[in-house]
Design a protein around this ligand. Sequence first.
Ligand SMILES: *Cc1c(COP(=O)(O)O)cnc(C)c1O
Length: 431
Amino acid sequence: MSPFANSERLFKIASQLMPGGVNSPVRAWGAVGLSPRLIARGEGARIYDVDGNAYLDYVGSWGPLILGHAYPEVVAAVQEAAARGTSFGASTPGEVELAEMLVRAVPGLEMVRLVSSGTEACMSALRLARGATGRARVIKFDGCYHGHADSFLVAAGSGMLTHAIPGSPGVPGEIADLTMSLPYNDLDAVARALKQHPGEVAAIFVEPVVGNMGVVPPQSGFLEGLRRLCDQEGCLLVFDEVITGFRVAWGGAQARYGIKPDLTCLGKIIGGGLPVGAYGGRRDLMAQMAPVGPIYQAGTLSGNPVAVAGGLAALKALKQAGTYESLEEKGAWLARELSAAAARQGAAVTINRVASMLTVFFTPGPVANLNDAKKADLNQFQRFFQGMLAEGVYLPCSQFEAWFVSTAHSQKDLESTVAAAERVWTGMARG
Ligand SMILES: *Cc1c(COP(=O)(O)O)cnc(C)c1O
């Protein structure tokens, strides 16, 4: 009997019930030629599938689980909150505490609003940018993902890249035409686009460190240049920090690089693994949101007390001294040693890393934008993924995603990962 019999049986049933058997496309393993494992539980850096197989996990729920799985304080906070009632449709003290924590931590946040996902955060920030500027166009970058709202599904990163979907049917051309998608790290392209449409661009949305075409750091001067161009053109700079917020630094990429955006989108880590998103920024802009101002956005479950309790517990744990230094060291060690192992085995890879997020691109590189990322050899990636999985290491099932190191990954875990990668590369070199 297959060691994955339960996963296979359940996935077959799921495929009859849900498109592709999944509730989010990246969970399907089409790009790696396998049927996905269904996960029964997680603890620390490990997850266990429904057949009892254990894996060392570098997906971390695609970013939120920077403390690892089932972090005891988060679990306890969620249990306690649930026992007090799961939703009231009225304000609760936890929301005030979380909002205060976010505003104190993130330099560009003067006011914030909680929502339930990163998609909702980005969609709402775009509406605010359009409402506040009275302009309709938006600039984004090829390979950046800002959730699945209509305006953003143009050259939109991993999920669509992995399944070779250029844009999405269902998005009216009139809406897509308002979105300009430009090469990442290319300030000249931004300047040209702004010149072509003077006074028409409401906002520039950017992942200040890209996670969604694999990890691509901003080149020196890129974020500064965007800030300058936005100021010159009177359009808003929006940092989508749904991945990078509380990941690349306590205050996000804007703290790490010292650039203040007008608006910031958050998600993932701020919910501690529960559904929380947030958008916020300048007070004069946020004051234009209902019920103070005329721009509308709402949510039945926004600021949900159970989700907020999970997020608060996670942020309190992360705030402890030394957390980000330790994550930085772990990320640096892993990237350096993987690089050395690849070189020893003659594997042509480029490893991009910022803090505890990294991607092993199967191309000699460098990788500074989507065009570079697309040069990766996807067959090599597939063999590497399958080899690592057989070694018990659970990696993102797409070349165009980030590996996430958590505080739960021990030095021993990192060492075993490098040893596994070296064995896989040795096997690949033999053909
Ligand atoms: C994940 C992600 C989103 C969307 O968040 P969801 O919670 O999946 O809706 C938006 N922007 C970035 C940068 C992301 O990584």
